[in-house]
Design a protein around this ligand. Structure first.
Ligand code: NAP
Ligand code: MG
Length: 497
């Protein structure tokens, strides 16, 4: 394995080492409180599997307290009476505080998740700050309509906050996922209970400190750590929670949707993917190879919209695969805090085993392993891995691996490849690489995915919607669309006679 040896590890900031030594309580009603059960769980550093911290685990009773705090803040507290501009100001203040603390948050997520510090500073943190800045402006722009109805009536709509929202997030972008969820819900005027992922609970607790410092009214944002089957499930079944916003696996998304039916909760789901990249024969090969490679290997492949399937025109197939292999050779695997690394460990031993298992499946299915396939003994590292000559019915071409594994297939015909790309239970992202922009638009229109990237991959912006078709879920994060996740529409009629 091409792991980086003897490279300097960045010295942790004192703020972060102090934070790691603090007790990791729950954030409920504006205060840090101990778990009522006194249960704790450990979060590990996946680079070496050492314990980073003991985390208070939210019991059902703690979830009930957090929901009650959010309910009180919504019904009686200052939040509901605050003017939209004041609410926007507070959200913006949080953005500024996150900006001031971004180095510390990046170090925390790098330790807890494993990902390279530089990526956190270049992507996750600016993106998260952007969410709060962008949505702070929306707090004062939530407008209904005045509707010209038949008869002598004045009819208008109000877009009202949905109320108390439960938000459940995964471990792959711990801080950024929290920002994607919290910022639009705040702009809409909702109050929140956020459950972080058990593998990466630290940066959400750091955010709680900033929420306190910003001066949000008590109970507007509550943060609970714990396990999905207990803490998460308690949130999903709670009758006072009006809405669940979930990001995670399709499997758990289905469980949540079923459970939420009992209390008629509103639900939005951002789920898994097996996103295709189509490389036409006239593509700019330098750009396409780099884009396709980064589209799967970025964040160790632990990206819901990772471009995990590549369909390459047969006339450029050999050359394209060679280019991918050359890029793979340049990857520098190391711990997130080592300078100059480009890929960190996967998030956990469990995830490493899952990915190794899929690599074995790929070999046994007869796909050609053209690069990588190795994993570390110590820590959770897996090499960037490329399979060639992959057939569409192989499991590695159909199932989400959620790791640095690219499957490459050949195609001859452009119409047929779009069908093959669409022949998936998922529909989160898709990429098209060609210098023929007319053709690119035609293909984009036919692809069944929530995001289509032409000559780029995984571009996101707080202003542009992101979400899935099919088993990749429903509802859109970001942009004005995200506000629909957190508002109810009320139609008001006034008799003018
Ligand atoms: P996961 O196992 O579904 O977990 C996601 C979250 O749900 C975690 O906080 C988890 O808690 C919680 N959870 C688990 N079971 C639950 C239950 N019965 N009730 C309530 N909550 C429950 O997913 P993951 O392995 O962490 O994340 C990887 C998946 O997320 C991939 O499929 C990926 O594609 C998807 N993802 C999608 C997007 C998107 O925007 N579409 C973005 C990122 C990731 P614990 O982990 O604490 O047990
Ligand atoms: Mg961890």
């Amino acid at each position: 394995m091409n792991t980086v040896q003897n490279i300097e590890t960045i010295q942790l900031s004192k703020v972060v080492s102090d934070f790691l030594n603090e007790e990791k309580k729950l954030f409920i009603g504006g205060e840090f409180v101990s778990s009522s059960s006194n249960n704790t769980f450990q979060t590990l550093n996946p680079a070496n599997n050492e314990v980073l911290a003991e985390i208070h685990e939210a019991s059902e009773e703690d979830v009930n307290s957090a929901v009650q705090a959010a309910k009180d803040a919504f019904e009686n507290g200052q939040w509901s009476t605050m003017t939209p501009l004041e609410r926007g100001d507070l959200i913006y203040k949080l953005a500024i505080l996150i900006d001031e603390h971004k180095q510390y948050i990046a170090e925390i997520d790098s330790l807890d998740n494993g990902k390279p510090l530089a990526e956190l500073l270049e992507n996750d943190l600016p993106n998260a700050i952007g969410q709060f800045k962008y949505f702070s402006g929306w707090a004062s722009k939530l407008m209904g309509q005045h509707i010209p109805v038949n008869g002598d009536f004045l009819n208008y709509t109000r877009h009202e906050p949905i109320g108390v929202v439960g938000q459940i997030i995964p471990w792959n972008f711990p801080f950024m996922m929290a920002a994607w969820k919290i910022a639009p819900a705040l702009a809409a005027g909702c109050t929140i209970i956020l459950k972080s992922a058990e593998q990466t609970p630290l940066s959400a607790l750091y955010l709680a400190k900033l929420v306190q410092e910003a001066g949000f009214p008590k109970g507007v944002i509550n943060i609970v750590s714990g396990h999905g089957e207990t803490t998460g499930a308690a949130l999903v079944k709670h009758p006072l929670v009006n809405k669940i916003a979930f990001t995670g696996s399709t499997e758990v998304g289905k469980i949540i949707m079923k459970e939420a039916a009992n209390t008629m909760k509103r639900v939005t789901l951002e789920l898994g993917g097996k996103s295709p990249n189509i490389i036409l024969k006239d593509a700019d090969l330098d750009k396409a190879a780099e884009g396709v490679f980064a589209g799967i290997m970025y964040n160790q492949g632990e990206v819901c919209s990772a471009g995990s399937r590549a369909y390459v025109h047969s006339s450029i197939y050999e050359e394209f695969v060679d280019r991918l292999v050359n890029l793979a050779k340049k990857v520098k695997l190391g711990t997130g805090l080592q300078s100059g690394i480009t890929m960190g460990p996967l998030v956990s031993e469990e995830q490493k085993e899952r990915v190794i298992n899929y690599i074995e499946i790929g070999k046994s299915e007869g796909a050609k392993l053209v690069y990588g396939g190795g994993a570390s003994e110590q820590g959770c590292f897996v090499e960037p891995t490329i399979f060639g000559d992959v057939e569409d019915d192989m499991r590695i071409s159909r199932e989400e691996i959620f790791g640095p594994v690219l499957v490459v297939s050949k195609f001859e015909n452009e119409l047929e490849v779009v069908e093959r790309a669409n022949d998936s239970e998922y529909g989160l992202g898709a990429g098209v690489w060609t210098e023929n922009i007319t053709k690119a638009h035609k293909i984009a229109n036919k692809l069944k995915s929530g995001s289509i990237w032409i000559n780029c991959y995984n571009a996101t912006d707080p202003a542009s919607p992101f979400g899935g078709f099919k088993n990749s879920g429903f509802g859109r994060e970001m942009g004005s669309y995200a506000l629909e996740n957190y508002t109810e529409v009320k139609s008001i009629w006034v008799n003018l006679n």
